[in-house]
Design a protein around this ligand. Structure first.
Ligand code: LMR
Length: 394
């Protein structure tokens, strides 16, 4: 029966990792996949995570199953981190998932169970895997305008016009912070206007928050998610611990379903546990346990927050250095957007040919849509990239 299978397209971001690895040139610069790297190009285990891991190794006495929705302490700690006190805890159903991608997938599954005809409105562009998962699940998606190619900022008017078409039973997928792949984000006035629109149309928001702490700070990056969850009757939130705890391969995420009051809790919680059982049974626990330990211990938490802040400010400094270098080389302000963008990524707005030339002539790897992972740079490679960008005519 396998002969009936059709070849599936390779994930473009992950394929790039392979091409980069196979490139014998030295030096070469990887600005592709969204993995944080320090100035030496390593993806370190964060200090607090390593300490928690040591403590866990000593203290853990069993590997027996946790709950279907994961350890409730993990949900408590993550809900507090993402939502603060924006909504009562009793209004939030939550289930641990294999990474943020698992939360996104389970979120879509919950939507499909609630309304098989739901249309999911997705930003143009969005993380390609959003589209791939929706397509795989046979769910209808509707792109909404998001990135303004001229300003490299958000086309907010276009976005609002398109989202006015979403109605009750539809879902509007947004990135809570650090938009992937563009780096362009709404300001708080725009988030408020979006909330007003959601209240008017009755569409349900789904927030993908995978980079909390990488933009303007842990609290600041959660502000839009909190505003949405506290303003509309129902919100779905997919949170990832991969980047802000640096535990990519541990596959640690949380899906949250926020309801208007506590009355829906049993139904929502039961649905999330059911979905886990159908798709993979118990979620992975190791990463979730580390996150819970870090968030619940004052000293570990303080050290983690400090290291995360160092990562964030390091990425901001690289943004500023790159924008300044490009201004110097080009004699124009047209690259100022790089310092305005937030998170790991910026979409440069280069053509596919220019991206190819960066790779072929300069051994610099960007995703084909000209997404740049700012954390792939260090202060020595910034001038190399800037010069190469000007050379290929960006
Ligand atoms: C990315 O966008 O590069 C990351 O989220 C990694 C991934 O899974 O694609």
């Amino acid at each position: 029966m396998f002969e009936t299978l059709k070849e599936q397209p390779a994930d473009k971001i992950l394929a790039l990792v392979q091409t980069y690895r196979e490139d014998p040139r030295d030096p070469k610069i990887d600005l592709g996949v969204g993995v944080y790297k320090d100035a030496s190009g390593n993806t370190p285990i964060m200090r607090a995570v390593k300490q928690a891991e040591q403590q866990l190794w000593e203290a853990e006495t069993t590997k027996a199953y946790t709950g279907l929705a994961g350890d409730p302490a993990f949900a408590d700690a993550m809900i507090a981190m993402v939502l603060g006190d924006a909504v009562p805890r009793a209004n939030v159903a939550a289930a641990a998932t294999p990474g943020g991608t698992g939360a996104v997938r389970q979120g879509f599954d919950m939507i499909r169970m609630a309304n098989p005809d739901a249309r999911v409105f997705v930003s143009d562009p969005t993380w390609p895997n959003h589209l791939s998962i929706l397509k795989h699940m046979g769910m209808e998606m509707v792109p909404y305008r998001y990135f303004d190619d001229e300003s490299r900022g958000v086309d907010f008017n276009g976005m609002m016009e398109d989202l006015a078409q979403a109605g009750r039973g539809d879902v509007v997928l947004v990135h809570g912070c650090c938009h992937n792949p563009t780096g362009a984000n709404l300001n708080m006035t725009e988030w408020k206007a979006l909330v007003d629109l959601l209240l008017k149309t009755g569409a349900t928001p789904m927030v993908d928050i995978a980079y909390q702490g990488f933009g303007d700070g842990l609290e600041e990056d959660a502000a839009a998610t909190r505003l949405i969850a506290s303003s509309v009757p129902e919100t779905i939130i997919a949170a990832s611990c991969s980047k802000n705890f640096g535990i990519y391969r541990e596959r640690t995420g949380l899906l949250m379903a926020v309801a208007a009051d506590a009355s829906a809790h049993k139904l929502n919680q039961g649905t999330l546990a059911y979905l886990n059982r159908q798709n993979f049974s118990f979620p992975p626990d190791h990463g979730a346990r580390l996150v819970t330990m870090v968030l619940s211990d004052d000293a570990l938490r303080a050290d983690w927050a400090k290291e995360l802040e160092e990562m964030r400010t390091g990425m901001l400094a690289l943004r500023e250095q790159l924008a300044a270098e490009l201004q110097r080389l080009s004699g124009s302000d047209r690259f100022g957007f790089i310092a305005q963008h937030r998170g790991m990524f910026s979409r440069l707005g280069a053509t596919p040919e220019q991206v190819d030339r960066l790779r072929d002539e300069h051994a610099i790897y960007l995703v084909g849509d000209s997404r740049l992972n700012i954390a792939g740079l260090n202060k020595d490679s910034v001038p190399i990239l800037a010069k190469a960008m000007i050379d290929v005519g960006i």
